[in-house]
Design a protein around this ligand. Structure first.
Ligand code: UDP
Ligand code: MG
Length: 317
């Protein structure tokens, strides 16, 4: 029998936390009863620098519920880093880890299937949403365009898979070897390799509270995903540059012909357009190159991705 830890990143989730703890406890107890996981399996709530009562609620649950563990991060480091903090914390104490969002938009009923697939030999099991009708049109549209754009940019991700997945101990060990700071787990995990499998479910609406992903966070997440894994944008800029040079040659030839044909060229408007257009293209290109330079800069600093303030272990029970 294997020890399972469910890892849940939480940022200002006081409204859903108690219910989430209760539901996940139900899942754990059910799996223990069926003899699929060990008695000392549990749930690790990672408090990602919440400003509300999230950590108090986790501490409380840790006292009253023997399955609940808590990890308190010193500051808000974002979903991906908080999740990694949790996964790195459990990787030495468990055999299987499942990550899930605190709002339980992902179907907890497929956790058992994930565990079954693990016993059938899969080291990584992805939860895939095959139905998003409960998401708002905006969320669905942005999310799906994101997946499509990612694959267009050559980033290998699992379509419609968020961070609801099972990882075995060896997979977790591999993951901890990725030392990059700009963390995009959905791009890294498929690179780990190992035998993978999928479970499918319908995504539910948030039980309570608001989405913690603002448009700004979503955009920066998408941009991170692309620029961390793909150099296609640079190639596109190069291609654009080539096309523009070609256009300039044609324009130059055209101008020469017009000149020798004796037309007077009232060149002001075309000149202005060229200046603006080329200026724009250059700025755009510099911006994209800057993305990579910025990343290199951050990576070379080798800063820790998170600092753990305290770790509530539940071993005493
Ligand atoms: N989250 C986090 N840190 C953040 C933002 C979000 O730990 O800075 C957690 C949040 O508590 C939740 C998960 O990441 O458990 C996913 O966030 P949310 O449900 O708000 O995103 P959505 O489902 O809208 O994409
Ligand atoms: Mg959510």
């Amino acid at each position: 029998m294997k020890r399972l830890m469910i890892v849940v990143p939480c940022y200002n989730e006081e409204e859903v936390l108690c219910d989430t703890a209760k539901q996940l406890t139900g899942v754990i107890e059910n799996l223990i009863r069926k003899g699929k996981i060990t008695q000392n399996s549990g749930i690790l709530f990672v408090n990602d620098g919440s400003r509300d009562k999230t950590w108090e609620l986790i501490t409380e649950a840790n006292k009253t519920n023997k399955y609940v563990y808590g990890l308190n991060l010193a500051a808000n480091v974002g979903h991906q880093n908080a999740l990694l903090a949790g996964l790195n914390t459990v990787k030495d104490i468990c055999d299987i880890a499942i990550s899930i969002d605190a709002d339980l938009q992902d179907d907890i009923n497929v956790i058992e299937q994930m565990v079954d697939k693990y016993y059938e030999g899969a080291e990584i099991v992805y939860g895939v949403r095959n139905d998003r009708k409960n998401d708002s049109f905006f969320k669905r549209f942005t999310a799906q365009s994101f997946y499509k754009f990612m694959s267009l940019m050559g980033v290998d991700t699992v379509y419609n898979h968020a961070d609801f997945r099972l990882m075995s101990k060896p997979a977790l060990k591999e993951l901890s070897n990725y030392s990059e700071r700009n963390l995009f787990l959905r791009g890294i995990v498929p690179q780990i390799g190992y035998k993978t499998d999928f479970v499918y479910y319908a995504r539910k609406p948030r039980t309570a509270g608001k989405s913690k992903y603002s448009l700004k966070k979503m955009l920066s997440f998408a941009l991170d995903g692309i620029t961390s894994f793909s150099i296609k944008p640079i190639k596109l800029v190069a291609a654009l540059g080539a096309v523009i040079i070609l256009c300039t040659v044609i324009a130059f030839i055209y101008t020469l012909i017009s000149y020798f044909a004796g037309h007077t060229v009232a060149g002001w408007s075309s000149l202005m357009i060229s200046i603006w257009f080329l200026g724009g293209v250059q700025l755009f290109s510099i911006g994209i190159v800057g993305q990579y330079v910025g990343k290199t800069y951050i990576e070379t600093k080798q800063r820790p991705r998170y600092n753990i303030k305290e770790f509530l272990n539940n071993e005493k029970h």
